[in-house]
Design a binder for this molecule. Structure first.
Ligand SMILES: [Zn+2]
Length: 75
């Protein structure tokens, strides 16, 4: 996979939503760093949805302005 393809996949994953873990929070689908929450959690049925922003300086997700959606299934 080229870097451009990896970014495309990571952006798609970020839009779709990564799994939120009570222990580890949400991690960036591109660089794997833990992403700070930028919105308050919002309930969607039994799920809790949050938005995060990767602030790893080496990672392009933040530079691209892509928010990472997370979905909390437990609790
Ligand atoms: Zn990242």
């Amino acid at each position: 996979m080229t870097k451009a393809e990896a970014i495309k996949v990571a952006v798609a994953t970020a839009r779709e939503g990564v799994t939120y873990s009570l222990k580890d929070g949400a991690v960036c689908p591109l660089c794997g760093a833990r992403c700070p929450v930028v919105s308050s959690p919002r309930g969607e049925g039994a799920l809790k949805v949050r938005y995060h922003r990767c602030n790893n300086a080496e990672c392009v997700m933040g530079a691209l302005g892509v928010s990472v959606k997370s979905v909390q299934r437990e609790g």
